[in-house]
Write a protein that binds this ligand. Sequence first.
Ligand code: KG4
Length: 338
Amino acid sequence: MSTTILGIESSCDDTSAAVITDGLLRSNVIASQKVHEAFGGVVPELASRAHQQNIVPVVSEALRQAGIEAKDLDAIAFTRGPGLLGSLLVGTSFAKGMAIGLGIPTIDVNHLHGHVLSHFIKEEENQEVPEFPFMCLLISGGNSQIIMVKSPSEMEMLGSTIDDAAGEAFDKCAKVMGLPYPGGPHIDRLAAEGDPEAFRFAKPHIPGLDYSFSGLKTSFLYTVRDNLRIDPDFIEKRKADLAASLQKTIIDILLDKLAKAVKEHPVKQIAIGGGVSANSGVRSAIEDFCRRRGIRAWIPKRSFTTDNAAMVAIAGYFKYQNQDFCSLDLPPYSKVQV
Ligand code: KG4
């Protein structure tokens, strides 16, 4: 008997629904919210309103593209957290209501587990997937973590950011340069034409496997501010060099801790995930890092790096196999729970 799961993701500013049958992806519809661009960041109240508008058409489209009807679903998986509470409430409530209507179970998914498990989304039958255990560098707009993934349900957080996430470092520095939100992809594009050694920014010195990006952000801000005093056109003239140097510093910080993690916890495979894993420099640096150590690198398809419901559906599929369903009174949560 086959198992078909509907996944729903609404943790931040993307409303997404996806259908997966026995691990194979049948649809993955994402409605991104443009309303936040004018504000230079996600406005929680506007995000939840946009989810309200998008959720019904997005779910309908996901079912249509999958070529199924709601009655063909075996369970509904939804992102329970972490994320923006007002946004999570929309997906959570919708999933519960739809499941009650259909008389099928609901499955709560930790958004971060979804990012990690996105490597198991199959687009064709014989696609290779990672073997447990593997290490995952999870880098997004809200999180930067090194995770030991022992099984789909057993994940040990080895290190995490103590302040900003890697994505925030990209976005906040991009904002200093006057680039649109989210700035990460703009930095990526500009960095390709710049000199990564042109500027030196502060790197953190914190113990263990935790990350910190707030010092880098301040150092970037001061460099720009000091140079603007000398030349008002500084940003325009040096934007590619600034982007390349910033990107290199972020990659150095990420890889320094990853090297330490691999030394303390030897592994044969490393995966990356989260929005920042779409970054060209990060992707090639990880490939190089793994090649030099004889480790297999798992680099996700770009469409599975940012928020999407396919990763929620696959995480739900794993839980379905253990009949790990949730009760209907389970509320969403905003903070990280690994
Ligand atoms: O995983 P995600 O979609 O949302 C969270 O759950 O946080 O990640 C969004 C983050 C943003 O900070 C965005 O700037 C960053 O991912 N990002 C990138 C790139 N594409 C997205 N950062 C650097 N280079 C990119 N190409």
